[in-house]
Design a protein around this ligand. Structure first.
Ligand code: SF4
Length: 382
């Protein structure tokens, strides 16, 4: 979908049953009336932003927990999008969900509304680990939700899992991996826990409980085990933290890494349209009161300079295991990639952290392990 006639839509639903202990996303618990006002405002924003020039290749309902909403609200949101935007025939339409908020009837509704991809947040199959991070569900509830999704007809399902959790061991993480592999989903996102400041888990760990986190060697072993077991089970890694069966890579997320346009709507949502980044207000009151005029809810607009775009092309593109196209860089920026990044490319090739294959520059497996350090080197001086 990397052409300027095509775009993705991201819809942010900020509501959750309860805040997880590690979460610093824009999400919170709310009452019915607020949710209703929010949906009204969201529909207003969707209408106000309507696009006639571009077609929509992907829609992603994320959060928060979109599955917390009554399905009639999901229907409203999608219907508004279908009415005011031109949706491509084979569009990928994803909803994020949490076990504990799903049932067969909801899932059947989602299918009937055109949703063709389901993402379920499991995080761990071990009850004590789920409790430690404050998840609302058990593993049994997750398994029930997964069965219900299959029964409702979903054949494209992502499962989110996490490593480096408090008290997690190599064996317990292996159990989580084996649980999800056995279900044979089409996609697995495997992230490491990042302790974010101002979260209850951060405070708890820093109150002399650091010993509860796996040490660096254990964390590394979990990381390598993820890659090993998932690859053995027929998944391929297409991004640093994302694995898919052939043909089931998340097209919406790929568009973020491939410089494609996307329109984010809802509280705090970000957009990238026609070379500029936009960000909506994170203030719920302001969002609810002003959403019929998108200009009033945009908190900041950042037009990207050529330098910004070159950095993003490299840093986002190298997140993909297939890497970046050297000729594409030249086509976009009318400059040879080596005239901009020659030194850094040479340095990392000599360290076996980057490799070149025909037209492609990509991280090696060693490079993936230290990707954050490498990415910093792709930032250009002013
Ligand atoms: S369900 Fe997701 S968005 Fe909601 S609090 Fe937990 S981690 Fe955050």
């Amino acid at each position: 979908m990397n052409n300027n006639k095509s775009m993705g839509i991201y819809i942010h639903i900020p509501f959750c049953v309860k805040k997880c202990n590690y979460c610093d996303f824009l999400s919170f618990n709310s009452d019915e009336a607020t949710m209703l006002s929010y949906i009204n405002s969201l529909n207003n924003e969707i209408i106000a932003n309507r696009q006639t020039e571009k077609t929509v290749a992907t829609i992603f309902l994320g959060g928060g927990t979109p599955s917390i909403l009554d399905p009639k609200h999901i229907y409203d949101i999608l219907n508004t999008i279908y009415k005011y935007y031109h949706i491509e025939d084979n569009a990928e339409i994803t909803i994020e969900s949490n076990p504990g908020t799903l049932n067969i009837s909801k899932l059947k509704d989602y299918k009937a509304f055109g949703i063709n991809r389901l993402s379920i947040g499991l995080q761990s199959s071990i009850e004590a680990e789920l409790k430690a991070i404050g998840r609302i569900h058990t593993c049994t509830q997750f398994l029930e939700s997964y069965d219900a999704a299959i029964y409702a007809g979903f054949n494209n399902i992502n499962i989110d899992i996490m490593s480096a959790l408090p008290n997690q061991t190599i064996d317990s993480y292996k159990k989580t991996l084996e649980t999800v592999i056995e279900l044979n989903p089409t996609h697995i996102s495997a992230y490491s826990l990042i302790l974010e400041e101002n979260t209850p888990l951060y405070d708890f760990i820093n109150a002399d409980n650091e010993h509860m986190l796996p040490d660096e060697d254990t964390e590394r072993e979990m990381y390598y085990m993820t890659d090993r077991l998932l690859k053995q089970s027929g998944f391929h890694r297409y991004e640093i933290s994302n694995y898919a069966k052939d043909g089931f890579e998340c097209r919406h997320n790929l568009s973020y890494w491939e410089d494609a346009d996307y329109l984010g709507m809802g509280l705090g949502a970000s957009s990238y349209m026609d070379g500029a980044r936009y960000k909506n207000t994170s203030c719920l009151e302001k969002y609810i009161n002003h959403s019929s005029n998108p200009k009033d809810i945009i908190e900041n607009v950042t037009p990207l300079s050529v330098k910004d775009k070159q950095e993003e092309f490299m840093i986002l593109g190298l997140r993909k295991i297939k890497g970046v196209s050297i000729s594409q860089f030249e086509k976009l920026f009318s400059k040879n990639i080596y005239s901009v990044y020659g030194d850094v490319i040479e340095k990392y090739i000599s360290m076996d952290l980057l490799s070149i294959n025909d037209d492609t520059l990509s991280l090696t497996s060693k490079g993936i392990d230290v990707s954050n350090t490498i990415f910093t080197d792709f930032l250009l001086e002013d």
